[in-house]
Design a binder for this molecule. Sequence first.
Ligand code: SAM
Ligand code: SF4
Length: 481
Amino acid sequence: MKKIDNTNEFEAKKQLDIIKELKERYDRDYKERGIKKTYHIETFGCQMNSRDSEKISGILKQIGYVETDTEDADFVLYNTCTVRENANNRVYGRLGYVGRLKKNRPDMLVALCGCMMQETTAVEKIKNSYPFVDIIFGTHNIFKLAELIKTRLDNDISGGKHSDRMVIDLWKDTDIIVESLPNDRKYPFKAGVNIIFGCNNFCSYCIVPYVRGRERSRNLEDIIDEIKVLANDGVKEIMLLGQNVNSYGKNLKPQISFAKLLQEVEKVEGIERIRFMTSHPKDLSQELIDVMGASKKICKHLHLPLQSGSTRLLNIMNRKYSKEDYLDLVSRIKKVVPDISLTTDIIVGFPGETEEDFMETIDVVEKVGFDSAFTFLYSKRTGTPAANMDNQVEESVAKERFDRLLNAIQVSSADAAGRDEHTIQDVLVEEVNSQNEELLTGRLSNNMLVHFQGDKSLIGNIIPVYLKESKGFYYIGNPVG
Ligand code: SAM
Ligand code: SF4
């Protein structure tokens, strides 16, 4: 397949040169002080943000920083989310705290990035109320982090008020994808891989398209090359990431479907499990269902956001499917992949939601039998069409419905749990159990957790485990053999 020119090799080279220059500076500092500079990243929001934080970590480690788990560090970054109002409020809370820390550590650098920074009002508030912030950048120019640090340090040399030295670099949108920059990974055996950036869907409640820009797919070769390198490094499980992975390849020439990409990823030797998220129901093709059904590597889990069970509301939400479309899709998936685990996102209290609309949502929850769900109270996001709708639902009504939805989800999860009890299943062993150090924790293909006794050396391996007892959200198991 011909590679389209949406990568930017010139930009990558420029940034790598700056990283090298900063590294020399930091190495000199290390020789003088005898201690390495530390950084701490606090990540808010979704998997996309977590992946961005890994890229930020990669750049910082290359410069010479070492990671620390507290905000008492030389460089503190907040990778923000703005999907709901409370995400913004949490960031302001952290800024108050770090501002106090910085009083005793004037050389400390504080940076803000991520979705909230793409909102003009949030940035204005930060400039006015938190002038100690050093660097602000957005979702489109993470690759420029080293350059922004260098500019900020150079501003110190030129002097002036602290707030005048603040470096702000925000892009409205972009069509470039910068490949080949340093990268970091939380786990040695599993990794997230971006396949598409941005979103074109403009669901009427959602701010993501305004802060993450239009859809841009990565070239197939770049994705496969990255996965081959990961497999060589010992990675066994890949999570393909995008706001709507089913749109993958629509802007590539020639076009390629997400199902075809999955088939290419399957061919990579060493990769044993493939996950992906998120799938927009309107774009989930029969081709994809068939590829999932035929695959030994694609995990038996699908995150399929419903948002609402009311066709009337789905229309106003601009979701482009009806309640019947969703149920039909689920039954086609279950026909081809009978042991699939389905999870979802649901919003309660969208403007104009009536009791009848809400009961349609409950009806879908009961009919589908979700394994679990992320449930959200509708949050008004300035700039989205839903924010201007004059029939906002009263908070007390939304909260009461939210509790009823949680109950319905609990019943559905309890029914789904235990499906695999008394069977032997493959488990990717992930870590020592955080509550009980004698246990290891791993995941089934359908994403369910399993706790069992075993040696730490098993971490990173896929092993057969007998699922002795279901405990609702997890199993207690015994390794076999
Ligand atoms: N792209 C994904 C999709 O379409 O499913 C999800 C992206 S969004 C970060 C994750 C979830 O946040 C959405 O599925 C939706 O349920 C929820 N969400 C988005 N905007 C919201 C809002 N204004 N209020 C409450 N929940 C919201
Ligand atoms: Fe938001 Fe809809 Fe795009 Fe998901 S598909 S990110 S909910 S606009």
